[in-house]
Write a protein that binds this ligand. Structure first.
Ligand code: AMP
Ligand code: ZN
Length: 494
C-alpha cells in the first residue's frame, strides 16, 4: 500500500495562516509550482536554500508514493524591480554588451550545475517565461475582456481597485490593506500611466533601447513579471492546483498579483496551499544579490571566501540547511557549518557502521516506535530539524549495537537500516561522502590537503623550514592556499 494512504501531512498554509491537513485535488497526485530563479546572475546560497526546501518536500511526497508534477520555472524575461524599471536581464545584457539570451544561458547553466552539485532532483517541467509569451498575451486579452485591466500608452495594467470592487480579494495573501499596498508600490516617472498606484503591469511598452521585445495587440513590448507564473502554472497544473511555493519575499507583490491575475482570468482560486520559505541571512541581514551580502554555493565548496575558515562539501551545506525548519530564519556562518559538519560525519559513520552490525534473536530497542516518530516529524509541516533529532537517536541505537549494549532481530535491524537510508538519502537528499560521485572527489581532495597540512606541521615542529615551505609553495602552485591562523592552518581551493 502507498505510504500516502497512512501518512497524512499537515502543512502550514500561508493563505489561512494555519496548519491544514493536505488533501490533494486528485487522490495520490500532487501538483506543485515553485517560482524559479531570475537568471541574470549566479544563484546565492539563499536562493539555493529555498529551492532545497522544495526539493525536500518533493522528495517526501515521492517517497510517500504520490505521483508529483513539479513545475519550477526559469524567469528569463519580465522581472522588473518595479513597474517602471528596466527588465533585470535587459539591464545586465546592456551592461555586459551581450545578447539577453547569452545572459540567460550563462546563468541557467550555473543554476543547473549548482543544483546538480547539491543533489537536487530535477523538476518534472522547467518552463521559461520567454517560451510562454503567446500564452501571456492570451491571458492579458482575457483579463481585458473581463474588464479588469486597461490599456494605457501601449502598456496594460491590472485594475486593482476595480478587481476588489467586483468582489476580488487583492491583499488576501499578504494581508496588506490597500493603503499599505500603495505605500509599498514604488512609483517613478510612469505613474501617470496608471489609474491608481497599486495597479501593476501585465504588459509594458518597450522603449526603443529595451532589447527584449515582442509584438502584441498593444504594440511592441514585454510581459510584466507576475504574469508568467499565473500562465505557466495554469497551463501545466490546471486552473486550480495543490501547492504553490516560493520564498517569503515573493508573497508581496508577486504572489498577491498572481492570485488576482489568475482569478481575473479563470474565475477560480488558483492555489489550495501556499508554502513560503524563510530567509537565509548573513551577518543578520537577508542574503541578496542586489546588496552583495551573499555567499555563492561554489565558494563554500572551494572555501574561497573570507567569511569561511575552510571549505565545506555540498552535503554538509545541505545538512546545515536541513537542520533548520523551512519556515525559520537561518543565519549562515563558518562556525555553524563546522558544527553541521561534525553532525553530518557522525550520521554518515552510523549509516556505514550499521551495514556491519549483525542481527540477534531478540530486539532490545523499539525500532517501530522510532520509525513512526521520524514520519510524524515530516508529517508535521516537513519538520526536518525534529526529523534530524530522531535520526541522531538512530545514531545512538547504532552505537549501542556496536558496543554490544543492545541487540536487534534481523527484521528490526533491516527496518532501522532501511528507515535511516530513506530519511538520510531519499528525503533529506544527503550523499554519503564515501560513495558519492559528486563530492567523493572533493572530499578526498580535502582529506589529502588535511594530510599535507599535518605533514607541514610536523616539519615545522622539527624546524625543517625548507620542507614546510616546499609543501606550502607546491600546494599554492596547484591553486590550494594555506592560511595560518591562531586555531591552526586552514585552506582554500581556487
Ligand atoms: P530570485 O531569483 O531573486 O527570484 O529568487 C529565487 C528564489 O530565492 C525566490 O523564491 C526567493 O524568494 C528566494 N530567495 C531570495 N533570497 C533568499 C534568501 N536570502 N533566503 C532564502 N531564499 C531566498
Ligand atoms: Zn513566480
Amino acid at each position: 500500500m502507498e505510504l500516502y494512504k497512512t501518512n497524512s501531512i499537515k502543512l502550514y498554509n500561508s493563505l489561512s495562516k494555519s496548519k491544514e491537513e493536505f488533501k490533494p485535488i486528485e487522490d495520490g497526485m500532487v501538483g506543485m509550482y515553485v517560482c524559479g530563479p531570475t537568471v541574470y546572475s549566479n544563484v546565492h546560497l539563499g536562493n539555493v536554500r529555498t529551492f532545497m526546501s522544495f526539493d525536500m518536500i518533493y522528495r517526501y511526497f515521492l517517497h510517500l508514493g504520490y505521483k508529483v508534477r513539479y513545475v519550477r520555472n526559469i524567469t528569463d524575461a519580465g522581472h522588473l524591480t518595479d513597474d517602471d524599471s528596466e527588465d533585470k536581464i535587459s539591464t545586465k545584457a546592456r551592461l555586459e554588451k551581450l545578447e539577453p539570451m547569452e545572459i540567460v544561458q550563462k546563468y541557467t547553466v550555473d543554476f543547473h550545475e549548482t543544483l546538480q552539485k547539491f543533489n537536487f532532483l530535477p523538476p518534472s517541467i522547467e518552463p521559461t517565461a520567454t517560451g510562454h509569451i503567446v500564452e501571456q498575451i492570451e491571458a492579458i486579452k482575457t483579463i481585458l475582456e473581463n474588464g479588469l485591466a486597461y490599456e494605457s500608452n501601449g502598456s496594460v495594467y491590472f485594475d486593482v481597485l476595480k478587481y476588489n470592487g467586483n468582489g476580488g480579494d487583492y491583499g488576501v495573501l499578504s494581508k496588506r490593506v490597500m493603503d499599505d499596498a500603495i505605500s509599498n508600490t514604488r512609483e517613478l516617472d510612469g505613474q501617470s500611466e496608471k489609474k491608481n498606484p497599486q495597479d501593476f503591469a501585465l504588459w509594458k511598452k518597450a522603449s526603443p533601447e529595451h532589447i527584449m521585445r515582442w509584438p502584441s495587440p498593444w504594440g511592441v513590448g514585454f510581459p510584466g513579471w507576475h504574469l508568467e507564473c499565473s500562465v505557466m502554472s495554469t497551463k501545466y497544473l490546471g486552473e486550480t492546483f495543490d501547492i504553490h511555493g516560493g520564498g517569503m519575499d515573493l508573497k508581496f507583490p508577486h504572489h498577491e498579483c498572481e492570485i488576482a491575475q489568475s482569478k481575473a482570468c479563470n474565475h477560480s482560486n488558483p492555489v489550495n496551499y501556499w508554502l513560503h520559505t524563510n530567509m537565509l541571512t548573513l551577518n543578520g541581514q537577508k542574503m541578496a544579490k542586489s546588496t552583495g551580502n551573499n555567499i555563492l554555493p561554489g565558494e563554500i565548496i572551494s572555501g574561497n571566501n573570507n567569511i569561511l575558515k575552510k571549505a565545506f562539501s555540498a552535503s554538509v551545506t545541505r545538512f546545515f540547511c536541513m537542520q533548520a525548519h523551512y519556515r525559520s530564519i537561518l543565519d549562515f556562518s563558518s562556525d555553524a557549518l563546522e558544527a553541521s559538519e561534525k553532525g553530518f560525519i557522525k550520521l554518515m559513520e552510523a549509516v556505514n557502521t550499521l551495514k556491519k552490525i549483525e542481527a540477534s534473536d531478540t530486539s532490545t530497542l523499539d525500532i517501530n516506535n522510532w520509525k513512526e516518530k521520524c514520519y510524524a516529524a515530516m508529517n508535521d509541516d516537513f519538520n526536518t530539524p525534529i526529523l534530524i533529532a530522531h535520526l541522531f537517536e538512530g545514531v545512538k541505537f547504532v552505537n549501542l549495537l556496536k558496543e554490544g549494549k543492545a541487540t536487534l532481530s534481523a527484521s528490526d535491524l533491516e527496518l532501522l537500516s532501511e528507515t535511516m537510508n530513506i530519511f538520510v538519502f531519499d528525503v533529506l537528499g544527503l550523499e554519503n561522502s564515501a560513495s558519492s560521485e559528486n563530492n567523493g572527489g572533493e572530499d578526498k581532495l580535502s582529506g589529502v590537503v588535511e594530510m599535507m597540512i599535518t605533514m607541514r606541521k610536523n616539519a615545522r615542529d622539527n624546524k625543517d623550514w625548507a620542507l614546510s615551505d616546499q609543501i606550502r609553495d607546491e600546494l599554492l602552485a596547484l591553486g590550494i592556499q594555506l592560511k595560518d591562523g591562531k586555531d591552526g592552518t586552514t585552506f582554500s581551493i581556487n
